[in-house]
Design a protein around this ligand. Structure first.
Ligand code: PRX
Length: 564
């Protein structure tokens, strides 16, 4: 294997929250990370720690959020966020929500989405945030999986909730109804439920390569991980304006859009609406964003817009971070040349609950690497027997257990949970990587069939299952096809049922069928009709591996033909 050694980027001068990585790595313990801040006689509440604590500590008047959507602008202080969260919490209690209940939040990226999530956690229930682009099937599968009892939504998204197919769902509350509900604070009321570190806080659904999405349950103890990674990796300080572009329906949008920045008392930007390069740059200029967390696909889109950024003053930006998919060195060099700052890659997963491999602002970056282990984290590169491989060799990326943010369980599925821990003492990520002599970790690929399109994790099985519900589709095999902007796109290979003939209209109809059933990001951007799909001889299982090999061969042939 040839390893291209990219030029190392030195840190910019500055005062960073973590100045001495080597020393902290030697002394760090998860117990020390936040103990004096959040834990009261062994009890904690993540919502209290995230917002209410700041009000109690005298920061109630500080701006907690600026909301921007088109021309609409709203700002709320920490006190206002707390009071609104309390109101939501009272309404939930009035509707009978109890500790441990699963309450889903299906809202666009608005302040109310953040507030609804916090209100659920405040009363000790488990919040299940849903991505705003989910369609009926995706919504139904998730709520059914963990028997959600209540859903907070709005009039628009609420149309995509097939209530009669979700038997556990007793109540649907619209955000405008909650706002209008008359629930008075009673003297001496205690809305905050003080819970133990292992009590459930948040459930995020994520794709696997087989079967339906899995419900990754996080416990309140994760708050220590959110706090300390927010402090050291995001490098949040009191005067920062922080913007994470992800929706809280994804783990990045909840952990690093809501919890980590607010635990560190940052002012956050909540931006609604779709991606448009000019709008994004305008937002940075208007609010003086200092810390910006996004994904390689977005950076690549911005890069391809060339000079769009020249019209804006982006000099407030002092720290940029990236997550979700491999960050090309080219993108890092673009930011370095155009914005004068580095992009700091971070690696983690829904299941890990927080950053595990990071580039810290005071440390050198090796473009092409995801960075080094977070303090308290030990990386192992394992062979197929679970033995550690020497530095430089590619193997299975694993992490020594435990750490504060690590998931507590996969809802109702012990086998799927145990599969992550098949090597004693390790969490197995499903990624392949190597680690160099300086501890930097380099991502190679997934070790399974998972698709990563624009940083969104898509399970091929879910898409295949939807495809074969279409009357024209007999069989389907779905893979990720490499794409210069999105990392990968979803590509489906299908065979048609007798009586159907391939046409552009039919393929579009199939694509729209998946889009409307599941979600836009899961719909295949390419559909190819085949006579037959490659299958295993014995079990007749569709061989995604061969479909991938076919695409790789074609890509190679076309690059030879064009001389690229
Ligand atoms: O394959 C890795 C990729 O995203 C997967 C986790 O996906 P998800 O749970 O949706 O979480 C995304 C953000 C927390 C990983 O197994 N991934 C994540 N970060 C990186 C990455 N691949 C390359 N470089 C990264 N920095």
């Amino acid at each position: 294997m040839t390893i291209v050694k990219e030029k190392i980027l030195a840190p910019l001068p500055g005062n960073y929250n973590l100045e001495n990585y080597d020393e902290i790595r030697r002394t760090f313990t998860w117990e020390d990370a936040s103990s004096e801040l959040f834990w009261k006689a062994g009890k904690v509440n993540a919502a209290y720690a995230t917002v209410d604590r700041h009000v109690d500590e005298g920061y109630g008047d500080k701006i907690a959020l600026h909301y921007a959507n088109g021309d609409e602008r709203r700002s709320l202080t920490f006190r206002e966020v707390k009071e609104k969260t309390d109101h939501y919490a009272r309404v939930l209690k009035k509707h009978g929500v109890k500790k441990g209940d699963r309450v889903f939040v299906f809202l666009p990226k608005t302040p109310e989405c953040y507030i609804a999530i916090l209100s659920v956690i405040k009363i000790g229930a488990i919040a299940g945030p849903l991505f705003e682009a989910f369609m009926e099937e995706a919504v139904k599968d998730r709520i059914n999986d963990c028997s959600g009892t209540l859903l907070i939504t709005d009039r628009e998204l609420g149309k995509r909730v097939p209530r009669e197919e979700i038997p556990s769902l007793q109540t649907v509350l619209y955000d405008d109804e909650i706002e209008a509900e008359d629930v008075e604070a009673v003297p001496g009321e205690e809305l905050t439920e003080w819970v133990g570190p292992e009590d459930g806080m948040l459930i995020h659904y994520t794709s696997g390569s087989t079967g339906k999405p899995k419900g990754v349950l996080h416990a309140h103890r994760a708050v220590s991980h959110h706090y300390v990674s927010g402090k050291w990796v995001l490098d949040v300080k009191d005067d920062d304006v922080y913007w994470c572009t992800s929706h809280p329906g994804w783990v990045t949008g909840s952990v690093y859009g809501l919890f980590a920045p607010w635990l560190n008392r940052a002012t956050v930007i909540i931006q609604g609406g779709r991606f448009k390069a000019e709008d994004w740059y305008r937002l940075i200029e208007e609010f003086g964003v200092t810390i910006w967390y996004s994904a390689p696909t977005a950076f690549r889109m911005l890069l391809s817009k060339g000079d769009a950024l020249k019209q804006f003053d982006l000099s407030s930006l002092r720290h940029i971070l990236s997550v979700g998919e491999p960050l090309n060195p080219e993108v890092i060099h673009w930011a370095w040349n155009e914005l004068g700052v580095r992009i700091h890659d971070t690696w983690w997963m829904t299941e890990t609950g927080g950053h595990l491999i990071v580039n810290l602002p005071a440390e050198p970056i090796k473009p092409g690497s995801m960075g080094r282990p977070f303090p308290g984290i030990t990386v192992g590169i394992l062979d197929e027997n679970g033995q550690e491989l020497p530095r430089g060799e590619v193997g299975q990326l694993a992490i020594r257990t435990p750490w504060a943010g690590l998931m507590k369980e996969i809802w109702g599925n012990k086998d799927r949970f145990d599969a992550y821990f098949k090597y004693e003492g390790w969490y197995l990520s499903g990624d392949l990587a190597y680690q160099d002599e300086d501890d930097y970790v380099f991502f190679q690929s997934r070790d399974d069939d998972m698709i990563n399109s624009s940083g969104e994790r898509i399970g091929p099985f879910e898409v295949e299952s939807k495809l074969i519900e279409h009357p024209a589709v007999a069989e389907a095999g779905v893979i990720g096809k490499p794409d210069p902007v999105r990392g990968e796109i979803v590509k489906a290979f299908i065979t048609l049922r007798p009586g159907f003939r391939e046409s552009a209209e039919l393929l579009e109809d199939i694509r729209v069928f998946v889009k409307q059933g599941l979600a836009a990001h899961a719909a295949p951007r390419e559909i190819e009709v085949m006579e037959e799909l490659p299958k295993t001889v014995i079990s007749g299982k569709i061989l995604r591996r061969e479909l991938k090999a076919l695409e790789a061969k074609r890509a190679e042939e076309s690059s030879v033909a064009t001389g690229n």
